[in-house]
Design a protein. Structure first.
Length: 258
């Protein structure tokens, strides 16, 4: 009787022990399974977010950008081929660095003063607004001894027109006037006088840019290297060569885009 009772007790504890052990194993397996599943969901969610962000960046960087270049002979590229004009070289340079620019629209002519540019913009039609707008004007105001106050007033008129031509978040760049006195053509003139007058006009441009929250780039110092770097001047001995324009483009890109 005692032997039977002892046997029953042992059997009971054996069943209880293994039953609890199997139950614990089952719970641990469930916990591991749940944790792995949760980690998998988090990883997939993270990967999805990452793919979404990458996709957004690709879409953003590949969205075609528009450029409107306003100016005079320095923008139309007098004495160089069309592909050597600074706006066209800028497009290629920017595209090589991941920005998808369409062909620029150029409104510029050799000999234009600020008033000529204003009149042409007023008589032109525009079907789109532009993401980037550049303004390089004033050398003919200086060459023709036009008053600096007239230049200031015309800049304000041009800004009104530019604001109507750019997109809501459009970027506007003011480019300094090159020093034509440093060209071979300038040797027949008073180079110091030309440089001083160019500096006055450029100070107005820089102040204009700062007051209106616009970006400003100085290409004048590059143009002044032409005195000892003849390759920077085109065959007409006056205007920049494609080599100089490329130097401009690199500086413009770093200030305007990068």
């Amino acid at each position: 009787m005692k032997f039977l009772y002892k046997t029953l007790i042992i059997s009971f504890f054996t069943i209880f022990f293994f039953g609890c052990h199997e139950s614990n194993n089952y719970d641990e397996e469930n916990i591991i399974t749940i944790n792995v599943a949760a980690e998998s969901e988090d990883t997939e969610s993270s990967n999805l977010d990452e793919r979404t962000n990458i996709g957004s960046n690709i879409t953003s960087s590949n969205t075609p950008l528009t450029l409107l270049a306003l100016g005079d002979s320095y923008t139309i590229g007098e004495a160089v081929s069309e592909d050597q004009r600074w706006p066209n070289q800028f497009r290629i340079f920017a595209n090589e660095n991941g920005y998808n620019f369409l062909n620029p629209r150029i409104i510029a002519e050799t000999g234009w003063k600020t008033s000529d540019l204003i009149n042409t913009i007023e008589s032109s039609s525009f079907e789109i607004k532009y993401d980037y707008v550049s303004l390089l004007i004033g050398v003919n105001n200086q060459f023709n001894s036009r008053p600096v106050d007239e230049f200031r007033n015309d800049l304000n008129k041009l800004l009104i027109k530019i604001n109507n031509l750019k997109t809501k978040n459009g970027n506007v760049l003011i480019i300094s006037i090159p020093d034509w006195g440093s060209s071979p053509f300038g040797v027949n003139f008073d180079r110091n006088k030309i440089s001083n007058e160019i500096n006055i006009f450029n100070n107005i441009l820089k102040s204009f840019a700062n007051i209106n929250g616009l970006k400003y780039v100085d290409v004048t110092e590059i143009s002044r290297r032409a005195i000892y770097q003849p390759a920077l001047i085109a065959d007409d001995n006056l205007h920049p060569s494609g080599i100089m324009y490329l130097e401009w483009v690199k500086k413009i890109y770093n200030i305007w885009i990068d």
